[in-house]
Design a protein around this ligand. Structure first.
Ligand SMILES: Nc1ncnc2c1ncn2[C@@H]1O[C@H](COP(=O)(O)OP(=O)(O)O)[C@@H](O)[C@H]1O
Ligand SMILES: [Mg+2]
Length: 304
């Protein structure tokens, strides 16, 4: 049976050469096949942790495990790990270096030693999934920020990783482009890829993650399913995080008796559905009242 957790950190500590202690005693397990979000303010240690997940950084103390196996830091083991765990960096310009989009996305697969046809097939699939086929002959450095972001994701997808890590996927994107990226993650995840992303956007984490870790000052200070993490007021206060607006509005409407007290909605659509249910109930009630009123009139008229 495959390991339930795809990545684990045990007793992980890390300091940068200038002495900044960026990670302090991190112990965590990332569930396989899910979308996991790391939430926390700037400087919390999210990027540093992600760089440990595919061996770009080596723990000062503690260990990282991939699929139950301790990560080794010799060259060939790291190459193998990086085929399985791909990172999309926050700044696409740090990642993209080829002249055209097609060259960029082809670079990884061609270096895996695949045949030209196999590599081409992967590249086309990755470009199709990220909706950049029409950009394939464009020079990467003239693309918009959102387009570059999608090319950077295609880059990693073309390697067909088991885990796709994305550092601040929606930073600097407008709402529409951010939603497109998150829809894309949803699609990639449904195809079986574990998704890990970082954000400081509570609404995004609440709507999109199956599981959440909250980080602060190099430590993990809370974890759990979104509806549990965001109902823990003490944790939110400690993490200096707001509650997602959807949860706030829902709680208030529930308090006033406008929505039924079942599980809180995770997305705007689910929220509207819970309201629509309520509305259609009262409409049905009005309609029933209307019908019996008509019947009473009719009976009165007929002298029944
Ligand atoms: N290259 C570096 N050299 C020294 N300190 C760094 C470096 N990168 C990050 N840090 C520090 O490590 C801590 C964690 O940073 P980071 O992992 O980037 O957090 P986050 O991604 O949550 O914003 C911060 O205090 C940051 O200033
Ligand atoms: Mg960061």
């Amino acid at each position: 049976m495959r390991d339930k957790n795809v990545l684990e950190a045990k007793g992980l500590n890390f300091s940068y050469p200038d002495g900044t202690q960026a990670l302090i005693d991190i112990n965590l397990s990332i569930p396989r096949g899910k979308k996991t979000a790391f939430l926390g303010p700037n400087g919390a240690g999210k990027t540093t942790l992600f760089l440990h997940f595919n061996g770009i950084l080596k723990p000062e103390r503690g260990k990282i495990y991939f699929a139950g196996q301790e990560v080794c830091y010799h060259h060939t083991a790291l190459l193998e790990l990086r085929k399985k765990v791909g990172i999309v960096f926050q700044e696409p310009d740090t990642q993209l270096f080829s002249a055209s989009v097609r060259q960029e996305v082809s670079f990884g697969p061609l270096n895996l030693g695949l045949s030209r046809e196999e590599a081409e097939e992967r590249v086309n699939e990755a470009m199709e999934a990220t909706d950049i086929l029409d950009l394939r002959d464009r020079p990467t450095h003239f693309l918009s920020y959102g387009q570059k972001k999608r090319v950077a994701i295609a880059d990693i997808l073309a390697m067909q990783p088991q885990v796709l890590i994305c550092d601040e996927p929606t930073a600097w994107l407008d709402t529409r482009h951010a939603a497109r990226i998150m829809e894309l993650f949803h699609k990639i995840n449904r195809a079986g890829v574990t998704i890990i992303f970082s954000t400081h956007d509570v609404d995004l984490a609440y709507s999109w993650a199956d599981y959440i870790f909250i980080m602060k000052d190099g430590m993990v200070i809370g974890e759990g399913a979104p509806e549990r993490v965001f109902c823990d007021d003490r944790l939110l206060e400690e993490a200096e995080l707001e509650r997602p607006w959807l949860l706030d509005v829902y709680e208030e409407l529930k308090r006033r008796g406008f929505v039924a007290a079942n599980s809180p909605p995770r997305t705007r659509e689910e929220f509207f559905l819970s309201l629509a249910g309520k509305e259609s109930c009262s409409l049905a009630r009005e309609e029933r009242k209307g019908r019996s009123f008509k019947r009473e009139c009719l009976q009165g008229f007929l002298g029944g």
